[in-house]
Design a protein around this ligand. Sequence first.
Ligand code: ADP
Ligand code: UDP
Length: 237
Amino acid sequence: MMSTQPLYEGKAKRLYLTDDAQALRMEFKDEATAFNAEKKADFANKGKLNKAITLLMYQMLHEKNVETHLIEDIDEINLLVKKVDILMVEVIVRNVAAGGFSKRLGVAEGTPFKKPIVEFSYKSDALGDPLINDDYARELGLATPQECQILKDKALIINEVMIDFFLKCGLKLVDFKIEFGKLADGTIVLADEISPDTCRLWDIETGKKMDKDRFRQDLGDVMEGYAEVLERISKQA
Ligand code: ADP
Ligand code: UDP
């Protein structure tokens, strides 16, 4: 089961083949990157924290009938997942203005939206994950119009479920990025991870940032933020 040569090594995780051709081992690394990998650092325990948070989030989503690639927990930094063909479209959902949205459009961070915004970006490190729309996705062969609609519908359901869950943990879900993949039978399921690397989470009372913005903005205590997210969601799960 524990093969040593990764099938793929990304910025935050490694994927390994397993005895089962339909399953992969997903290992969470301690490395963090931001701004398209221009900024890099190692954080002790980040892999453990993000694995544990992703596991709890996927278990919670399964209870709410959201299908994901999770098969089972393996150990402190590894999950067993269904092998999927990742759609090369990153789906971002925003409830409150922050990050790239605030920068691009000059909207103050913290401005709430009346309804969530769903946006797509082309999953390409070489191009810096550029913002795209359904027509771009169709012409680039990334997803059909029907698939784009499925991604948006699923992303909005996942947003509703996660807003409620994080609220119970005293956290505001500002925005997040998710990825989807196709199973062998063509079913589209949620894949990759859900963690403070991929979600903006603010304390509901104080507005304190508990996510990767602590690293992006040099706010310090980065892993303390992640550990607090894990502690809060563990109590709620
Ligand atoms: P990146 O590739 O952006 O550096 P990671 O370091 O997180 O990101 O690498 C994990 C890679 O694994 C991502 O490219 C992601 O799309 C891919 N992936 C996630 N879940 C699955 C899965 N179930 N099957 C195949 N690939 C997956
Ligand atoms: N995000 C991510 N990976 C990416 C880009 C964005 O996980 O490659 C997440 C990010 O953590 C935030 C949300 O998606 O929760 C929206 O990110 P934004 O577009 O504001 O990105 P930024 O410009 O801040 O990198």
